[in-house]
Each structure stands twice: as structure tokens, then as C-alpha cells.
Ligand binder design. Sequence first.
Ligand code: FMN
Length: 308
Amino acid sequence: MVDLKVKVLGVNFRNPIIIASGPGGFGDELRKHLDFSKIGGFITKTVTLNPKEGNAPPRIVDTHGGILNSVGLQNPGIEKFVENIIPQLKDLDTNIFVSIGGDSPEEFKTVAQIIDNFQFIKGIELNLSCPNVSKGGLLFSKDPTLLNHIVSLVTNVTNKPIIAKLTPEVTDITEFAKVAIEGGADGISLINCPQGLRIDINTGLPYLRRGIGGLSGPAIKPIALAKIYQVRDKFPDIPIIGVGGVMTYEDILEFAMAGANLVAIGTGIMINPKLPEEVLPKLMEFLESKGINRYEEIVGIAHKGGLG
Ligand SMILES: Cc1cc2nc3c(=O)[nH]c(=O)nc-3n(C[C@H](O)[C@H](O)[C@H](O)COP(=O)(O)O)c2cc1C
């Protein structure tokens, strides 16, 4: 039997497969289709201090190899999250991580302080890279001073592991990973959606009401792999959550080999909500066929001479 367990961020994961922030919402719909006790973890949709209605529709449009979305951080706000969503999350038999966002650094701090009260929550992912909001959003992971400020503010108010989720839209991702690590981040999530646009040629207007959206799905997989590879190269020990276009067990292997300790699935569960459990037997079969006993042996192997 191949051992898929992962120990990272001070947390034991039964396997490396987790759900990316957003497409799985807060788990209420997904739990009808997916057995959470089969997966390593779940990252909630981003929660902010105040409720957000999100952007006006249309908010999603297809494109080759993926989708463009412009949801705009729709969420009920932290108060309702605590009241209505926390009790449901508690029932999910997997590691729960909460993604938080905000219009300002102080908002991140306040939301993190509240999340800190809930012991069952294993960690906090900072959404520093949302392409679909007018305040903050992408700016937070493109401005090193702001990035450092937010990460330090949050790490000062909680002992939970903090994961900084970064945009790929910078010249040198390792510079931003460095800033986040220096600010106190325990791990890095790579990548959030790069920006994209589609135009309806019959109207001459963007398909999405907000115009530009965030691109996700297989189209961004090579970008995610490149960013993970670069960060793993510079920081051999930093925990990395790889995310971007994972649809198959082969994708998971590529992410792991590039350097991802955990691999998150987003758009993939919108197409097949059972995907995270369906890939597991094939993943084990592959590792077994290569004589590899533990999944953790292949993490970052592309930097260590490959499978040999
Ligand atoms: C519909 C949708 C909503 C998303 N919402 C969030 C969000 O609330 N917070 C966040 O950090 N990322 C969000 N993302 C980004 C994903 O977590 C992920 O980084 C990105 O989609 C790339 O992974 P994928 O190709 O597997 O979807 C969202 C993505 C999609 C498609």
C-alpha cells in the first residue's frame, strides 16, 4: 500500500488532495456529492468582515481550457459565517482551512482574530490576490510593502498556520514569496487566477459584466507549475499548496514533482465534484508502479534529479 499521508504546516493530512478556495463554497453543496472523509482538506470560499454581494452577472464564461470568473468575493461576512457556517464546517471530516480577504490590512487582522477562536480550524489562507474586486484584491500581492504588512498583522493575532495565496502576475514570484515568508507566512499557495478577457463579437462587449475576470482550469496549469517550481527552488522547505488546472491524477503528480506538498482542486470540482476522491486510486497505482512507497518522496523531485 502506498502511503499518501502528508505532514505539513504542523497538520496531518490523510492525502495531498484538498479543495481550493471558492468553487467548493462553504461545503454545503459539495458534501452532497463528495465524501470529505476521503480528502486531505478543504479551504473555504474567502470570508470578509462585511457581507459582499459579489459582482453583477454574467459572472462566468467558458474559454479554451478553462473558465473566466468574476464572482467578486460574494460571502455573508464574518458575523453570519460564525453564526451559520462554522457549525456546518465542524461536521466535515477533513482538515478545514478558512480563506480570508479584505479591503484593507486591518480587515484581514480583524477577521483572523475572530477565526482564531475556533480550535477545529487548522489554518488561515490569505486571499491576497483576488482579480475580481475593485478594492485591495490583486494589489495586495503585487505590492511588497502591503503584502508584508498584511501577513505580519495577521501572524501577530493568531498562532494558526498562515498561508499566503499569491498572484502569478508578477515578474519574479520568488521575491513575493520571500516577502510573505519574512512577514511570517508558514506556507504559500500558488496560484490565484491570472486576469483574462473574452469579448462577445455580436455585441462587441465583454461577456462578463465586470469586463476582465480570473482565468482558471487547465489553461493555467503550466503557469502554476512554473511558479511552484521557482518558489520550491529558492525555498526548499516552505510548505506549498499547488493550485491551477488540476483535472487528473497525472496533474497531481506534476504539481508534487514541481514542489507542491498539497494539491488543491478548484474548477475541476465544478465539472466533476467527485474528482478529488476519484483520482486517489490512480495516484496510488502510479506510485506503486514506480516503486515509490510514500507520496512525500516525490514532492519537489524535479529539483533532486527526478525519479532516477
Ligand atoms: C468560481 C471561482 C471562485 C473562486 N473564488 C475564490 C475565492 O473566494 N478565494 C480565493 O482565494 N480563490 C478563489 N478562486 C481561485 C481558486 O481557488 C484557484 O486559485 C484558481 O481557480 C485556480 O485553480 P483551478 O484551475 O483548479 O480552479 C476561485 C475560482 C473560481 C473558478
